[in-house]
Design a protein around this ligand. Structure first.
Ligand code: AMP
Length: 393
């Protein structure tokens, strides 16, 4: 069932949102992206005659600490939604039930932090049932926690006849399906970031699906060393060298083109103030480390990306947090943006590449930027997320 097929007239929609937003010392919301992301779903229910009860977690409270109260988010949510958001200082029990019962169509109620109860993360059925008493229809729009089988993200769905994804969840799932299930070819994936070990399941899952795989970032050096290259003091996982060779052999068997960097920006220490130079990736001198892809690599990757019809980007090309090593990641962003402008579908997701894309202003030049780091990574690994499975059935 989709949100468009449900009749919300005089109904209460209980929506799991991800309002786990950063707050400053005075409890002001410093980045409201996640609240903005939930807006479409909330407005849809209100415009179709329903009322909305929002539930979320905020931070990792241990003992109901005030700093983690969702009360702090109420004013910002009211601003963004253009509706006065009411607040109730519990998420289950009499107070919450009364507040829900008194809610009129067009009104929005925000419940207190779900994680004030340890039953939330434990996926406790009685807690999920108590939450379910508050609404007639369940909507899951919290993509960021969809990989967790928590009470409010998964277990609760059992207690509802009428349930669906919100529009944010739908966008996330549709974008990923466009890449993993029905891609226009060629499909090019860029995998960057620090370590092979943290991306190995992603590599294994996408290797047979993509036409071209660009491997950048710190993980490239394990591949280069495994092939006999000299990588100096660059990041390496020695115990993953055999695996790297297996991946390259498998890619050959399946006709997947793997593109590794050919040249790199090297530094004599892991620091913004380090001396820098340039080297072939398999000729990095001892005492030096590769911290970004070089110009030739950027050009090669650019050409591969310009032929793509679908692009998946996960992980930066270098240590983009330090200005001298950010140029490779910026160049990749430029290349992905240009391919997108020329008609390719591009999805950026899963961790640090999202931060990089936002930092360098590419957010509106790619087709979709995922809102869920861990959740997107698990989807790229081919896993079925609990928060999705309970609704899809
Ligand atoms: P991940 O979370 O696996 O996507 O890794 C992201 C991190 O990888 C970023 O913090 C980058 O600074 C880091 N990184 C990228 N390239 C390198 C490199 N060549 N050497 C060390 N760290 C890198």
């Amino acid at each position: 069932m989709t949100i468009d097929q449900i009749n919300f007239e005089n109904k209460k929609a209980l929506i799991r949102v991800d309002f786990n937003v950063p707050l400053d010392e005075d409890h002001n919301v410093t980045d409201a992206t996640r609240i903005e992301a939930a807006k479409d779903t909330i407005i849809h229910v209100l415009e179709h005659g329903g009322s909305v009860i929002l539930m979320s977690h905020l931070g990792r409270p241990k003992n109901k600490e005030e700093e983690f109260s969702l009360r702090h988010v109420c004013a910002k949510a009211s601003d963004i939604l253009g509706v006065q958001v009411k607040f109730v200082e519990d998420c289950i029990g009499q107070a919450a039930e009364n507040a829900s019962a008194n809610l009129e169509p067009g009104e929005v109620l925000l419940l207190e932090n779900l994680r004030y109860y340890s039953e939330e993360t434990a996926g406790d059925a009685a807690f999920a049932k108590a939450l379910s008493q508050l609404g007639d229809i369940y909507i899951n729009d919290a993509f960021g926690t969809a990989h967790r089988a928590h009470a409010s993200t998964a277990i609760i769905a059992d207690y509802f006849e009428e349930k669906c994804f919100g529009t944010l969840m739908n966008r996330e799932i549709e974008s990923l399906d466009k890449v993993m299930k029905t891609p226009e070819r060629p499909l090019v994936a860029i995998l960057g970031g620090a370590k092979v070990s943290s991306k190995i399941t992603v590599i294994e899952n996408i290797l047979t699906k993509v036409d071209d795989l660009i491997i950048a970032g710190g993980m490239a050096y394990t591949f280069i060393k495994a092939q006999g290259g000299k990588i100096g003091d660059s990041l390496v996982e020695d115990d993953k060298q055999e695996l790297a060779l297996d991946i390259l052999a498998k890619a050959k068997e399946t006709n997947t083109n793997v593109h590794l960097p050919v040249d790199v920006v090297i530094a004599n220490s892991f620091s913004e103030l380090a001396s820098t130079d340039h080297a072939a990736i398999d000729q990095v001198p001892d005492g030096w480390m590769g911290l970004d892809i070089g110009e030739k690599s950027r050009e090669i990757f650019h050409n591969v990306l310009q032929s793509a019809k679908t692009i998946l980007w996960n992980g930066p090309a270098g240590v983009f947090e330090m200005e001298p090593f950010a140029k490779g990641t910026i160049a990749l962003g430029d290349s992905v943006a240009m391919a997108t402008k020329n008609g390719a579908f591009s999805l950026v997701g899963g961790g640090d590449s999202v931060a990089a894309v936002k930092q360098f202003g590419f957010e509106n030049q790619v087709s979709y930027v995922s809102t869920g780091g861990g959740a997107m990574l698990e989807m790229l690994e081919g896993k079925t997320l609990p928060g999705i499975a309970v609704i899809k059935g």
